[in-house]
Design a protein. Structure first.
Length: 751
């Protein structure tokens, strides 16, 4: 609700009504009690990290998880920026002497940036407009007279305002030569006024949200040559809340590449002819706001033309840009969230564990790169074999692999899923079949991002003696052993699980993905004596500089024996220790608790439990019978609440537990290696490689991922594909259709 203040409109709320505080708004949005929001904000402002707060400050947050805390952190930043802008607008309007109480109250009550900017629009400094030039010539009384008394004759009234040209401080003014110029100037004045009405803009904005339609047409020059955007050559869809993010981004990309021409219009205007002079619904809203009606009075036609002019020349362009920006931002946010969910699933994929592994990085002419790594990822051997064309040295390749497997007691063979992967997979199968005594298992691994790592400065530091091509093989082998530890070495954007990732805000994407990596690393925990600097830098409270200092200390002084030794690391103080210590593990260290997720600040509580139970720590850890007999309420005090005590007891049952699922692999069907080997109805096993808003892509071993559309994911309605599948999951699918020309495979999981 809005009321008129002078020439503008402000909030109709009572002057004593106040917008809720940032803390109150966050409490409502996240559905958490206000004191918990206030305490959590205080922790964030003091430098506490989200993983630390989520894991070790549950009493304060009310048990908010990392996703809720990330939302709080993001919204807190947004709302603080809004308040900063609010203060700037208040100061600017006050400086102009225009900050009357009603306007001030409306600014204080604006709930979002759009409303705030609408209110400030009349007072914003702008270039000299046609309306300002008309005001200089004294045409405002003419505009007011015709607006408030349509019985006046426009031409007759306009003749009273003729004026010769004159000079002003802002430049030359052409004056008013005739009645036509006078009426045009009066129109400019009213058009600007109409376009700066905050309440009207909000009404029109809401109408567009419900009735705007986005249309797309193919550019004439691209009609016969474009194949990528054929689905959008003649397209129309309701805009707000209706167009899926992937479709929005495809349309915007098509426009950016000059293939599509996008246009926003009202759904009521799709069939309207150019000669139809009736007001459209938005023009009618403008007319109603200013009591403009067609009652056959002398000034009515002129006023109706003014309404049309204000809509088409001013208001619609402004709202169209705003609408398209909102649509783009929402699509980008959705795409970034899809990327984040996929990345998290990939980072938290099941690790094969500390098993000696050989990687085969496939290639034809350049050969298959081979790397053997020990249980902790140290390189044992690296070479190149040439089993495929043009050399076809199959037998020697098998012999080389047999010797490596025997010499290093290899148990796993990882095969990159690039060019010649199925041929190389057959090589591994032949090896396993020919030498069953080796007890080998082979599986396909995504090599997305491996080449990025190979050429990086980090790879040069870690593997200085290996050729770039062989570094990729080492990385893939390590990726099988522990996906998280290896994938953190690669820019998340290069891992290949995004949706239109190059079309979204890159700064926002990088920030979100970094948060995902941080949350994933801290959810698993890090062995401080084995972790790379790339992994350590994502531990709560640490950064790349401190991570490198930890590596340097480890190299100079040997493995860490207890968490307290971290305080001896250069640049790592008490605050950093508080944030990081619980996520850094020391297996077989001086204190068994250092191998667990129990934070050092809670060690005194554990000691109290040990005293009461008359046990030592080694007798208590893993003793489920004793631990389940302990009443957590007994140990609650001012420092440790019930959630913390329960977490400690749970951790003592299985210290350092890995939250990731048990390792499992997919088996590709023999004889199915290319699209031509597929047929409708065929049932296959595959691995989910990517999840998008419209479905999931599955690798079924034919060098081209198939798509399980969202409607084919389950026998029931699916709103979010992530609720059914995740990246890395082994699934059973059936082939529905194959389009070899477009290289598309339609799959279903509905059996």
């Amino acid at each position: 609700m809005w009321q008129r203040v002078g020439n503008h409109y402000t909030s109709h709320l009572k002057l004593n009504d106040m917008l809720p505080s940032i803390e109150q708004r966050l409490a409502h949005e996240i559905n958490v009690k206000l004191p918990q929001i206030q305490s959590t904000i205080r922790l964030l402002d003091e430098g506490a990290t989200v993983p630390f707060i989520a894991r070790y400050r549950k009493e304060i947050t009310g048990g908010m998880d990392d996703a809720q805390l990330r939302l709080l952190e993001e919204r807190l930043s947004t709302l603080r920026e809004l308040e900063k802008r609010r203060s700037a607008i208040l100061a600017a309007t006050e400086k102009q002497g225009k900050l009357i109480p009603e306007l001030k109250q409306a600014i204080l009550q604006a709930e979002n940036k759009a409303q705030l900017e609408d209110l400030y629009l009349p007072y914003r400094k702008k270039r000299r407009t046609k309306a300002q030039i008309a005001l200089e010539t004294g045409l405002q009384p003419l505009a007011e007279a015709l607006l408030h008394n349509p019985n006046l004759h426009p031409e007759t009234e306009a003749m009273k305002y003729l004026k010769a040209s004159f000079a002003t401080e802002d430049g030359e003014n052409p004056g008013v030569a005739d009645s036509e110029q006078a009426l045009q100037g009066a129109q400019y004045i009213l058009t600007e006024r109409f376009s700066e009405q905050a309440s009207l803009l909000q009404t029109l904005r809401e109408y567009l949200k419900s009735h705007a339609v986005l249309t797309a047409k193919v550019a004439k020059a691209k009609k016969d040559t474009d194949t990528r955007f054929t689905d959008y050559h003649d397209y129309a869809e309701a805009i707000i809340g209706k167009i899926p993010s992937h479709r929005t981004l495809a349309l915007l990309r098509g426009e950016r590449e000059g293939v599509l021409k996008l246009k926003l219009c009202l759904n009521t205007g799709l069939e309207k002819s150019a000669n139809d002079k009736t007001l459209n619904p938005c023009e009618s809203l403008i007319a109603r706001q200013f009591n403009i009606q067609n009652q056959k009075r002398p000034a009515d036609p002129w006023l109706l033309d003014t309404v049309r002019l204000s809509w088409h020349s001013k208001i619609f362009g402004h709202l169209e840009t705003e609408c398209m920006n909102t649509l783009r931002e929402q699509a980008e946010n959705d795409a970034i969230q899809v990327f984040a969910q996929n990345l998290k699933a990939l980072l938290l994929a099941s690790p094969a564990g500390p098993r000696v592994t050989i990687d085969l990085d496939p290639g034809l002419r350049t050969g298959v790169k081979v790397a053997a790594v020990d249980a902790i990822g140290k390189v044992l051997a690296a070479t190149t074999i040439y089993p495929h064309a043009p050399r076809n040295d199959w037998n020697n390749a098998l012999e080389t692999l047999k010797q490596l497997a025997e010499r290093y007691q290899v148990s796993l063979i990882a095969i990159g899923n690039g060019t010649a992967s199925r041929e190389t997979d057959q090589l591994a199968k032949d090896l396993i079949k020919k030498y069953p005594q080796l007890k080998l298992t082979s599986l396909m691994i995504s090599e997305a991002g491996a080449s990025v790592y190979s050429a990086s400065a980090l790879a040069s530091t870690e593997l200085p003696d290996l050729d770039v091509s062989l570094r990729g093989a080492v990385s893939i082998a390590r990726r099988l052993q522990d996906p998280l530890s290896e994938l953190v070495k690669i820019d998340p954007k290069s891992i290949g699980v995004g949706q239109y990732q190059h079309d979204v805000n890159q700064k926002q994407l990088a920030h979100t993905l970094d948060n995902v990596v941080e949350d994933s690393v801290n959810a698993v925990g890090v062995d401080i004596n084995l972790a790379s600097a790339a992994l350590l830098q994502y531990v709560a409270g640490l950064n790349s500089k401190i991570a490198q200092s930890i590596i340097t200390y480890r190299n100079d002084h040997g493995p860490f024996n207890q968490r307290e030794d971290l305080l001896k690391v250069s640049g790592l103080g008490e605050k950093t220790f508080e944030q990081a210590a619980g996520f850094l593990r020391i297996p077989n260290g001086k204190n068994p608790l250092d191998a667990s997720a129990v934070h050092p600040e809670s060690y005194p509580l554990v000691e109290q439990i040990l005293t009461n139970m008359q046990l030592d720590i080694r007798s208590l850890i893993g003793n489920q019978i004793v631990l389940k007999s302990i009443r957590p309420e007994k140990y609650v005090n001012a420092q440790f609440g019930l959630p913390t005590v329960k977490d400690i007891l749970q951790e003592l049952e299985k210290p350092g537990r890995d939250p990731r699922a048990t390792f499992k692999t997919a088996t590709f069907k023999e004889g199915v290696e290319t699209l031509s080997d597929l047929h409708s109805g065929m049932t296959l096993e595959g691995v989910v490689t990517n999840v998008a808003a419209f479905g999931a892509f599955v690798d079924i071993g034919v060098h081209q991922d198939g798509l399980v559309h969202i409607s084919e994911l389950a026998n029931t309605f699916v709103k979010d594909p992530h609720a059914i599948v995740k990246v890395g999951q082994v699934v059973k699918v059936k082939v529905i259709d194959i389009d070899e020309k477009r290289k598309r495979i339609a799959l279903t999981m509905r059996f």
